[in-house]
Write a protein that binds this ligand. Structure first.
Ligand code: G3H
Ligand code: 13P
Ligand code: NA
Ligand code: ZN
Length: 343
C-alpha cells in the first residue's frame, strides 16, 4: 500500500535503522525500486524531485519546466507508483524531493504523492519556518508527511562551523522542528549533492546527535535526513570512463561514514547520483556488448547522445529518443525492452 513517510520514520527510530530513499525519473525505475524492496521485504521510499516531476510531465528541457508540467509529471509518476505499489505487500512512500515552493508541494500532493519536502534552506530562518509551516498545515490536513531543510549543503571548504556556517545550527534546528512540526528534517553535516563530494569527506556527527538529544528531551520526534549520500562507487566511475565516458574527480561518502551516522539519528538516506551513474554505465555497457544496437531505429538515438555527452551521467539527458517509454513504461520493441531492463 501507499503510505506517508512518518510511520516508516517512527519504525526506523524505534529500531535504530535508516531507510534509503531513491530518486526515480522514469516509470521503469519506479517499478524497479518497488520490486527490489519487495525482494528484501523492506518498506520503500521513492523520490521524485521537483525537476523529475517536470521531466515526467514530458518536458525534455526539464530545467525550464512549468507548474503545469510538474502537475502532469506528479500525476504520471504517482499513477505508476500506485500501479506497482498499491497491492504490494510492502509499504511504499512516494516523496517529493526538494520541493521548490508551496505550489510544487500542492502539485505533488494533488498528483498523489504521500510525502513532500519543502526546501526553504536558501531562505532566512524566519521565512523558512513560515513557508514550511504553511506546507505542513496543507499537507497534514491531507494525511501527507513533510520534510523541511535547514543549512546548506555545499563544498567541503565552505563548511566552517562558525557564525557564518552553512552547517545546520542545532539550536536553529530544534526551534525549526518545534515551530513547523515537520516529520523529517534535512540537515547539512558534511554531505554534498552530486558526484564531486571530495575525497574522504568527514561527517560532523555532533550535529545530528545534538538535535536528537534536544528533541528527545522535548518529547518530540523528527526524522533527520542525510541528503547528498551517494557513495559514488569507484569501480562504476572507472567502468564508465573505460567505456569512453569522461567523469573526473568523482568521490562519494564512504558507506562506513553513513553507517556511523545512523545511531546519531539519521533515519533517511537520500541516493540519486549512484543510480544515475549505474544507469549510465549499464546503457554504455549494453551498446558496447551489442554494437548492432548502436544503429537501432528505436534506441540508436540514445547511443548517439551517450557518445556526444561524455561527461554527462544524468539519464534524463539520454532519454529523449525514448520519451514515450520513459513516461509510460510501454515497450514498443525488443531493443527498447533490452535498454529499459538496464535503467
Ligand atoms: O538532491 C537533488 C536530487 O539529486 C534531484 O536532482 O533536481 O536534478 O532531479 P534533480
Ligand atoms: P546524491 O547526489 O549524493 O545522490 O544525493 C541525492 C539527494 O540528496 C536527493 O535529495
Ligand atoms: Na538545499
Ligand atoms: Zn537532496
Amino acid at each position: 500500500p501507499l503510505v506517508p513517510l512518518r510511520p516508516l520514520m517512527e519504525a526506523a527510530e524505534q529500531h535504530n535503522y535508516a531507510q534509503g530513499a531513491f530518486n526515480v525519473n522514469a516509470v521503469a525505475q519506479a517499478k524497479a525500486v518497488i520490486e527490489m524492496h519487495e525482494t528484501f521485504r523492506s518498506p520503500a521510499i521513492l523520490q521524485g524531485a521537483d525537476l523529475a516531476n517536470a521531466f515526467m510531465g514530458g518536458r525534455v528541457d526539464f530545467a525550464n519546466g512549468t507548474l503545469e508540467d510538474k502537475k502532469k509529471g506528479a500525476r504520471n509518476i504517482a499513477a505508476a507508483v500506485k500501479k506497482y505499489g498499491e497491492n504490494s505487500p510492502i509499504p511504499v512512500v512516494l516523496h517529493l524531493d526538494h520541493g521548490k515552493n508551496f505550489d510544487s508541494c500542492v502539485a505533488a500532493i494533488e498528483g498523489g504523492y504521500t510525502s513532500v519536502m519543502i526546501d526553504g534552506s536558501s531562505l532566512p530562518l524566519e521565512q523558512n519556518i513560515e513557508l514550511t509551516r504553511e506546507v505542513v498545515k496543507y499537507a497534514h490536513a491531507r494525511g501527507v508527511s513533510v520534510e523541511g531543510e535547514l543549512g546548506v549543503l555545499g563544498g567541503q571548504e565552505d563548511h566552517v562551523f562558525a557564525a557564518t556556517s552553512t552547517y545546520t545550527n542545532p539550536l536553529d534546528a530544534v526551534r525549526f522542528i518545534q515551530e513547523t512540526e515537520v516529520d523529517a528534517l534535512a540537515i547539512s553535516y558534511g554531505t554534498q549533492h552530486g558526484a564531486n563530494k571530495g575525497k574522504d569527506a568527514k561527517l560532523r556527527k555532533e550535529i545530528p546527535i545534538a538535535i536528537k538529544e534536544c528533541i528527545n528531551r522535548l518529547g518530540i520526534f523528527c526524522a533527520l535526513v542525510s541528503h547528498g549520500s551517494s557513495t559514488v562507487p569507484q569501480y562504476i566511475v572507472k567502468e564508465i570512463n573505460d567505456l569512453g565516458g569522461d567523469i573526473q574527480n568523482a568521490y562519494g561518502i564512504q558507506v562506513e561514514r553513513l553507517m556511523e551516522a545512523i545511531p546519531c539519528g539519521i533515519r533517511k538516506i537520500n541516493v540519486d547520483t549512484d543510480i544515475r551513474l549505474a544507469v549510465t554505465r549499464n546503457m554504455k555497457e549494453l551498446f558496447a556488448q551489442q554494437p548492432a544496437l548502436q544503429n537501432s531505429p528505436s534506441i540508436g538515438g540514445v547511443y548517439a547522445l551517450l557518445e556526444e555527452k561524455k561527461s554527462a551521467f544524468d539519464p534524463r539527458v539520454f532519454f529523449p529518443p525514448i520519451m514515450d517509454t520513459v513516461l509510460t513504461g510501454n515497450l514498443p520493441d525488443d531493443d527498447v525492452a533490452l535498454l529499459m531492463s538496464r535503467v
